[in-house]
Design a protein around this ligand. Structure first.
Ligand code: ZN
Length: 91
């Protein structure tokens, strides 16, 4: 009765997915895994947020190779990532 199983993924699952989300962005995931991760992102708002954030960072980093990305912006993004990762590992 007290089951929260239908309430969505657990934090543990999401922490596990975060690693695969990063690899998905890096195109290092196998096709089968990609489908699993994408399906999770589709149903999990926090992970979608992380996915978007990671992609933003990637784009920022890539851009900063050719032109100088504003340091202030980069720092702000980095702080947000740390906040999110702390939230995942501590809850
Ligand atoms: Zn998730």
């Amino acid at each position: 009765m007290a089951s929260t199983h239908d309430h969505g993924p657990t934090n543990e699952e999401c922490a596990d997915f975060l690693e695969r989300i990063m690899r998905l962005i890096d195109n290092e995931l196998e096709e089968g895994d990609c489908a699993v991760v994408r399906a999770h992102i589709d149903t999990c708002n926090p992970c979608l947020e992380r996915y978007d954030l990671q992609r933003t960072v990637k784009a920022l980093v890539a851009r900063s190779c050719s032109e100088k990305a504003p340091v202030e912006l980069r720092d702000r993004v980095r702080v947000r990532i740390q906040e999110i990762q702390v939230r995942i590992t501590e809850t």
